[in-house]
Design a protein around this ligand. Sequence first.
Ligand code: PLP
Length: 399
Amino acid sequence: MENKPANRIQDYLVFGEFGGVNPSITDSSTFTFLTSEKMSEIFEHEIEGCYLYSRHMNPMNQFLSDALALLENTPDAHVFASGMGAISCTALQICSAGDEIVSSRTVYGGTFALFKNIFPKLGIKCNFVDIINLEEVEKAITSKTKMIYCETMSNPMLEVANLPELRKLADKYNCKLVVDNTFTPMVISPYHHGAHIVIHSLTKYINGASDTVGGCVCADKEFIASLKDVNSGYAMLLGPTMDSLRAAGILKNLRTLHIRMAQHSKNASYIANKLKALGLDVIYPEHENHPQHNLMKQMMNKGYGFSGMLTLDVKTDEIATKLMPMMQDNLIGYFAVSLGFYKTLFSAPSHSTSSEIPDDMKDQIGMKGSLIRFSFGLDFDIERTYERIEYCLKNVGLI
Ligand code: PLP
């Protein structure tokens, strides 16, 4: 059956107090009880519709969590104050001292630094692999491996992970497949293709306004309950709690995600084709020469395109250094990290979001200083944007 995330979000109807069309924001950190028995009971197990303390859960965060579970079609979800909060709590919930992680080497720089620099101090070892090379992934798995970790579409090389094959490996070695779907919400539904757990940085496409950070974990009920457990849940006890006012804003923005994803993709596709026609070195998964083009076509949902991310190699670091502020001066967008904003954002990952990755690994991945990552915005007139880009490319002597 065809997977339709936009329809599931559309059919999610929540009423506010007094019949509001948006759920009411609960402006409370703690909640009252009418009997002592009920208060004791909630410390033992969750009671539907009953709240204890906002770090554990509150009504507004629950509404957003429910909507995100519908987005990814998972039985349950939980929101966090940031994407890194979601990633660190998930990994710690799965792995303890002595355990191992097999992670793609092309992950967001912060995730890479967490696995490489912090987890070894806690006794958790991480083996970084080329996630496209399934033999290499299998070889890196040991009896201690508890988690295979990757991004659906990797940051910033835009490699697409073969989720069904990775799930087979996870099943064979009894570990969890955890997938960061930040680059491709609605475009790909990892849970449908085998992921046990799907993570998002809500900071990016899902919120889409670059006004807050946020994260979520979408998974089965058992895993989400384990994160919230008052005695052993990392979400509950490390405390990366989303503020309910922010949750209300993110839920409203989630309502337009399907339209935004389609427009981001349309704009990125237009520019990718134009840059390719100029003979430039572009990475965009819609192009047939992208190594995982066919895999992406098999996994993607209809109607949202190939996402709004595009990587361009401008040949030298010097050109990249000159080009990015020039593009900002020419109103193409902002020279800034992050992605999924309604304006175009661009930066050189090697010197910014992936600077945590060591130089030898960058060489192996092909992540040069001359690579510029674009997150295309919602421009109405993308032809005009292209003319501006062309002007800048001529100005730096690239074309
Ligand atoms: N995952 C990906 C793919 C990212 O790009 C980022 C941030 O850039 C994160 C996770 C971390 O999310 P946050 O900044 O919301 O903590």
